[in-house]
Design a protein around this ligand. Structure first.
Ligand code: SAH
Ligand code: SF4
Ligand code: F3S
Length: 430
């Protein structure tokens, strides 16, 4: 069989990045594909899509058009991921150049999807949670590992439960096996992935297996020096979990803690399951038990019905907690979600203004946090290099650049932070 080339473009979150790795593993190990970075040379072009906001979905069809123009004669185009799950056959109807559609929950069926023209596999109840994929990883030092798939929450704005289906936790033995394999191949850091990682174990008969227990087991693996996870849900942040986070030396001291909104009324309309006070008390507990930790968050502005006063409550929580990192979004109505049909949608201009207000306040908080790092000596996992300039992250999540002519990729090194910029820090190797 002659070698075929695969080009894959990955949009969306870390879960999609991991799904793309699984797709690559299946097609390179069990079929005869090799990766290419050039779509015009590829025999198969895959777009692994995200559906969480409207813009990337609109972009998908123009991208398919662009690939259709440049692709080789006979090359196939496949659409995978969350937009595949939610639009299904519609994608092929709208863009007949697409050869197959494979949903986010159906990654293990990639080989048969490629083989069967116009196939549409989007069953969100399909359970590929104990399916073992091959070995491919984009980054050998930092291994992404799924611990659960799907989501059982019903946040009113969110399409994910409709694209990734019911929440299923992956058996602990399989997770530990993956982590050990990664460590044997040189990974120093693992990133445990799920929509609500700290709800891990939901549905297991053995109730002693929860996220805290998983963290303890993963931290026993030789060679794994750092553990990260994303995303925990504030509702499930019990004391046991926060204490383990604070005291386990292998757990990186960055907690991603998605606030979404600062007003209890908006949180209730969003169906997040916690109040402003609950969130603030959990954040205070993290700061108290682990003063060196950073807290990052996700915020949506302009959710239907959000008043100026309610938006100001978000600003108030942001100031109080002082999130070191933030991902902020203007609310985007999504099909299949409750909020899309709410009557009191917020004007686009108002959303834009609120987003700007939030982001400029955040920039100040972030700059101050950056300045506080100057003078510290931090362990950095060296992730990439450009000539003699290396880049890596501190345990608490700050990106740091430094110069060296040694070979340092994949190593944990000590760096003294000497300068604070807006987006990254710089330092020198010790
Ligand atoms: N499971 C994670 C979120 C995954 S989606 C959690 O509960 O935190 C990633 C982020 O996208 C969310 O945290 C939210 O801030 C944002 N998001 C989701 N739906 C959105 C929408 N309809 N409009 C704007 N932002 C949205
Ligand atoms: Fe979406 Fe809410 Fe589930 Fe997160 S917890 S994926 S925001 S429904
Ligand atoms: Fe991730 Fe986007 Fe799907 S954020 S879960 S790829 S909708």
């Amino acid at each position: 069989m002659s070698q075929k080339l695969l080009y894959i473009e990955t949009l969306g979150c870390a879960m999609n990045v991991r799904d793309s790795e699984h797709i690559i593993a299946e097609l390179t190990e069990k079929d005869n594909y090799a990766l290419t970075t050039s779509p015009k040379d590829a025999d198969l072009i895959i777009i692994n899509t995200c559906s969480v906001r409207e813009k990337p979905v609109q972009k998908l069809f123009s991208e398919i058009g662009a690939f259709k123009k440049i692709k080789k004669e006979g090359a196939k185009i496949g659409v995978c991921g969350c937009t595949a799950s939610h639009l299904g056959e519609e994608i092929i109807k709208k863009a007949p150049a697409v050869n197959f559609v494979l949903g986010a929950r159906n990654v293990s069926k990639i080989k048969s999807a490629v083989a069967k023209d116009k196939s549409v596999e989007i069953d969100i109840n399909y359970d590929d949670s104990s399916y073992m994929f091959g070995e491919y990883r984009q980054n050998d030092y930092k291994a992404l590992i799924n611990i659960s798939i799907g989501c059982d929450k019903e946040c009113a704005y969110c399409i994910v439960p409709h694209t990734r289906g019911e929440e299923v936790s992956i058996p602990m033995e399989l997770i530990l096996r993956e982590a050990k394999k990664a460590a044997d191949k040189g990974a120093k850091e693992v990133v445990l992935l799920g929509q609500n990682v700290n709800n891990y174990g939901k549905g297991f008969k053995d109730k002693s297996i929860n996220f805290t227990a998983l963290l303890r087991e993963v931290s026993k693996i030789d060679g794994i020096e750092r553990i990260r996870f994303t995303s925990p849900h504030p509702l499930h942040a019990d004391d046991e979990f926060i204490e383990e986070f604070a005291k386990n030396p292998k757990i990186c001291k960055n907690m991603h803690f998605p606030l979404q909104a600062g007003s209890s009324k908006v949180l209730k309309d969003m169906r997040r399951g916690y109040t402003k006070e609950w969130f603030l008390s959990k954040a205070a507990k993290i700061r108290e038990l682990c003063p060196e930790a950073t807290i990052s968050t996700d915020i949506i502005v302009g959710f239907p019905g959000e008043s100026d006063e309610e938006f100001l409550e978000t600003m108030e929580v942001v100031e109080k907690v002082g999130f070191e990192f933030m991902f902020s979004f203007a609310y985007s109505p999504r099909p299949l979600t409750k909020a899309a049909n709410m009557p009191n949608q917020v004007d686009e201009e108002i959303k834009k203004m609120r987003l700007l207000t939030l982001q400029s306040a955040q920039l100040k908080i972030q700059e101050a946090a950056h300045k506080r790092q100057v003078g510290k000596v931090e362990k950095i996992l060296v992730e990439s290099r450009d000539g003699d300039i290396y880049f890596g992250k501190t345990g608490s999540g700050f990106g740091v650049k430094f110069e060296s002519d040694k070979e340092l990729l994949g190593q944990l090194v000590d760096v003294e932070i000497t300068k604070a910029g807006r987006h990254a820090l710089s330092g020198h190797l010790i």
